[in-house]
Design a protein around this ligand. Sequence first.
Ligand code: BGP
Length: 471
Amino acid sequence: MAKRTFNIPKNFKIGTSASAWQTEGWKGKLENQISWADAFYKAVPERWYEGYGTAVATDFYSRYKEDIAIMKELGLQSYRTSIDWSRFITNYETAEVSEDALRFYNDVINELIDKGIQPIICLEHWELPDYLIKNYGGWGSKKVIEFYLKYVEKVFEAFSDRVKIWYTFNEPIVVPMLGISEAMWYPFKSDYKEFMQWNYNKVLATAKAVKLFREKGYHNDGGKIGIIINASPTYPRSDNEADKAAAEMAELLTDRIYMDPCILGTFPGKLIETLKKHNCLFDYTADELALIKNNTIDILGINYYAPRRVKARTSKWNEEIPFSAEYYFENWSMPGAKMNVSRGWEIYARGLYDLAMTIKYRYNNIEWMVMENGMGVMGEEAHKDANGVIQDDYRIDYVADHLRWLFKAVEEGANCVAYHMWNFTDNVSPMNAFRNRYGFVEIDLKDNRNRRIKKSGHWIKEVIKNGKFEY
Ligand code: BGP
């Protein structure tokens, strides 16, 4: 097929995303500064791919200048990362700030700004201090919301003069889902009601952080605050009512539990009824619901990798198994779908357009950014050319295809203002540490974690420089 040219929309930014714990490593941390992710790795290092974990990660703590120089070379316009709560604070109850962490994050932010790259900060990308899990039960406890707010206040005080875009959480449902409901991740629990409490408390913490942000006047000079959701456009197998109802329930119990209260101010009635029916409704008060209603976010972040396809449950639910969302649906794979085989995820770029339309129509066309989208691939070393440069044409294809659908949505009025590819460099993630390579830049584990720009990195440089690409 003949190629077409796609122009980057006016004022639209292209950057990359990462998080603190997936890049920094433990250097500079005290012995008691352990995050959820560190605790997970320490508990079962053997379950992490080839034993790689959070201890060194990409060594961004020592090599941030080198990385930011490459970002500049590629022309990236923004960089989203997180502050590691467990590093930034030394006493999680009183929120005493670590001098070393303050210096480190100041240096990173200043270096980014100096190189013309906008820093965007997430306040919790799975870096909940393990101390708060061990002593308070983590996000299941409302006490933790208060500790979070003390920490957040210190972060705002330190950096809000230079950082204007903030996010309260990254993919807030993922750790509770895998760690509290499905017992696959630390702390390996299986309790759906507690899982729902974690979700509710994170919604409440978001509203309280928005309120704090507003009260302290950080909006005044262009500051914005939001949350990053891993929303999946959800497609029923067919148009029949049972399949459509299954898709509705899947969305309600995973995406809308965050998106509705954080953007619109209220939980969907059907979600509340369902949780009540299964004795899984979270504890809330009328005052808290009012606070959520009055403190909705300014900006949304979306992580999109793959669509969700579901069908109505055909086999009867085993009543001995505790309730979970899958009571209402079964996952379904579309025969013949394009797949990212390494990850087992479908590649469906149009899903990003569909999500954009949902945000436009259901969520009042709130301003938003793509905060993650990318392709994790195993064994990329095999794609090196004679000069050692990874020829990741599949990643170029993936990003280009998603960008063209996103640009089409923007043309049709979607309020999306930026695209961040996950990730700038290869990095670690829970158990898949360095297994699925995501970067525009390779981290060579056999050679001192040296950085080498992949073909896709050279490609994005040209796209940004020319303001367009062909596909
Ligand atoms: C997202 C997370 C990221 C990252 C990514 C890739 O859900 O926000 O932190 O981990 O998934 O996941 P994986 O490395 O397991 O393929």
